[in-house]
Structures are given as C-alpha cells and as structure tokens.
Design a protein around this ligand. Structure first.
Ligand SMILES: [Zn+2]
Ligand SMILES: [Zn+2]
Length: 405
C-alpha cells in the first residue's frame, strides 16, 4: 500500500465508525468524571478497543483509569493519546470527550491496517489532565518506552497549530512556631502567622522583578485559631508559573527563598512541599505540526499559528510527554469562533454538531499523521532529528524536571 492508498483506507475506516465515535463522545460527555475517577470513560473506551481486537491493558501503569491498547507487530510505534477527564462543576467544558473519541477513531482506523502496512499503533488512555498529571505518572512508569511519536488533538474555539503552554508547579508552605498566651506571655511565643505573612510579603516584593510572563499566586489556608493564642501553625498554598520548565526552576528557588526568609525573621520553621507533578512547557515538533496542518487542510480545516486574535494559553501534561518523544498538541475547532474552553458554552458545543465534526475530522487528521510517520518518506527520521536537536538545546536538567522519577 502506498501513502495515498493508505490515507484513503484510513479515512474509510474512520467514516465506517462515525456513529460509534459520536455515540461514545456523547456518552462520555453525559457522564463527566473528574481526575482519576474516570471509570465510565475508561470502561467504555477499553470495551470498544477490545471488541475491535486490540490488545488492551486496563488500569495500566498502576492507575485505575489509565489504559494502553496496542495493534501491529512491526515497524514504528505511534502513540495516539486520549484524555477523558472533566472539570468539577463544569462537566466536559474542556471537551475531553472529543479528545478521547478522536484518538479512539484514529487508533481503530490505524489498528485495522497496522499489520498490512507494517506499523504499530498504541492508544494511550491518559487520566487526570486537569491537575492530576496522569501523563506524567504514565511516562515515569514506562508508558512511552519504545514509542516513536505521540499525537493528540484538543478542541477549541479556533483551528490552531498549537496551544501556548506554560510550565507550572504548586507548593504548600507549612510554618511552625511556638504557641503562647498572646497577652500573658507573648515573649514566649514564636508566631507562625507572622512568618507566613512575612513570606507572603517577600513574594509580593519579588513579583516586581520577575519576567512579565511569569505568575505567582498564593492563598492562606491556615493562620491560627484564636487571637489570644500566638499561632503555632500557619499554611500558605502557591502556584508558580513560568514560560518553560527550565525558567521555572530558578523562579521556584526565588519563591522558596522568600518563604523561608519569613520563617527566619519570625523564629519559626517552615516546610516547603512541592507537588510531585510539574507541568512542563510544550516542545511542539514542527515536522509533525506541518504534517497535521496539511492533513487538516485536506479536510477543509485551515489550521493557523496562534496570534493576538486567537490563542489558547494554559498548561497540560502533554508538555511533559513532548520532552520524551516527538509530540504535537494542535487545537481543532469544536465551538463557534472565540468561545473559550472551561465555559458552559464550550461544554454545550462539545456534544453539538461542531463538536461531533471535530471528533470525525480529528480522528482522520490524526490517522493520516500516523500514516505519514509510518510510510512518509523521511518524516519519522526528520521528526526524530528535530526532537534530538531540541532536547540537546533544553538540557538534561529540564528533561529531568519534566519527567522526574
Ligand atoms: Zn482544561
Ligand atoms: Zn483540556
């Protein structure tokens, strides 16, 4: 089979499953499940993949709602990623039902031809994108070993080559002092609330001297029980964001220094606990972005670079995957122009005709990009070379921060 014949076959395979894919999308949409509770979506997707003969590992990587589904026995292994978690209170306002079923459609179509073509497909069910870092844990547990490239598509109110992804990590600072009667023996106390307040003010001063694109936001979650008791315990929680995981590292150190200085000044102790998952920036593979863009254009979707009129800024654990293998995270239009994700209007659109079209076209564009990687002349080699060059540029420290272990 040559590449045009393969693409025609893949499109026919997706079209034959249109009803199945849209039905699955609507079912997931109607059963929104948050981080690591996506049992309905996990079981639905695994059942469909098993029924079509893929080798499915349910609860993969020691995560109840993750899965890995494989087909093909030789040739390059291309991963297609499915997200399916929803937002608390907002349902599928990020449209992950579309990601799940576009990935499902691409995976089923590719699986149907994998052995004829000499390619391998891995459908990866990745839970908890919204803050739980499912892809990061799966990556640490080997899900992407032997994978040559990783593809997914995210719905949006625009047709874009990429999301503007920034790195983020969360921390909790717990201050401990010495309780005392605030009137009778204040000199015996060491005030943990003062320590936390001073730490907060230090960060406020720091904010004047960080890059304009960086963000640090914090709240107090504990600060004493009664005014006449010197607080022995106080706690603040923070999100620290920077453009890349490399620039995040020094910013984290500056924030930690501010928080510690508050403790020192007040004669208290502080314990700074960083959340174990760090969302990296996204290293979009331009070779693959170009292939996706051409494939989407053939379906009548004009994918463009983000600009002031259309951009989606956020964080995603796909960024971490992009530090491991050549990866893309294009945005497919699934809502009227300009409707932002994480809104009730986007939630409605995710199961309406615009969202349904995005499932079918997303599946086809992804399947065609798999075809380019399997059979395209030099595509996989060029994508791999680009990835190696990019990784040489970001350095070992950033790679360690992105994948950790
Ligand atoms: Zn989201
Ligand atoms: Zn999302």
């Amino acid at each position: 089979m040559d590449l045009p014949a393969l693409k025609a076959r893949l499109q026919a395979e997706v079209q034959a499953r249109t009803e199945l894919l849209i039905d699955a999308s609507h079912q997931i949409h109607a059963h929104p499940e948050v981080n690591y509770e996506e049992r309905f979506a996990h079981d639905l997707l695994c059942g469909i993949l098993e029924a079509e003969g893929l080798a499915v590992e349910r609860g993969a990587c020691d995560l109840d709602t993750a899965f890995l589904a494989r087909a093909g026995t030789s040739g390059p292994t291309i991963a297609v990623l499915c997200e399916y978690d929803a937002l608390p209170g907002l349902g599928h306002a990020c449209g992950h039902n579309i990601i799940a079923t576009a990935g499902l459609g691409a995976g089923l179509a590719a699986a149907a031809v994998a052995d004829d073509v000499g390619g391998q497909i891995l459908v990866v069910g990745t839970p908890a994108e919204e803050g739980g870092g499912g892809k990061i844990l799966m990556a640490q547990r080997g899900a992407f070993e032997g994978v040559d490239a990783a593809l997914m598509v995210h719905p949006a109110g625009a047709e874009l080559t990429r999301m503007h992804v920034i790195a983020v990590q969360e921390l909790t600072a717990t201050y401990r002092g010495q309780a005392a009667h605030a009137a009778a023996a204040p000199h015996q106390g060491r005030n943990a609330l003062d320590a936390a307040v001073l730490g907060y003010l230090n960060v406020a001063a720091l904010r004047q001297h960080i890059r304009p694109s960086e963000r640090i936001h914090g709240i107090f979650t504990a600060g004493g029980d009664k005014p006449n008791i010197v607080p022995a315990l106080a706690r603040t929680e923070w999100m620290v964001r920077s453009d890349t995981i490399a620039t995040l590292t020094p910013l984290k150190e500056r924030v930690a220094a501010c928080l510690r200085a508050g403790a020192d000044a007040a004669g208290c102790e502080v314990e700074i606990a960083w959340k174990s998952v760090v969302y990296a920036d996204m290293l979009d593979n331009e070779v693959l972005v170009a292939r996706y863009r051409a494939n989407a254009a053939a379906l009548g979707r004009q994918v463009r670079e983000p600009d002031d009129t259309a951009v989606v800024v956020g964080s995603t654990d796909m960024g971490n995957v992009s530090y491991l293998v050549p990866s893309i995270h294009p945005m497919i239009q699934a809502a009227p122009a300009g409707v932002p994700i994480h809104t009730p209007e986007f939630e409605r659109s995710a199961a309406a005709p615009l969202g349904d079209d995005a499932v079918v076209d997303g599946a086809t564009a992804l399947a065609w990009t798999v075809a380019d990687l399997w059979l395209g002349d030099g595509v996989l080699e060029a994508a791999t070379r680009e990835h190696e060059a990019t990784m040489a540029g970001v350095g070992a420290d950033a790679r360690r921060s992105a994948i950790g272990g």
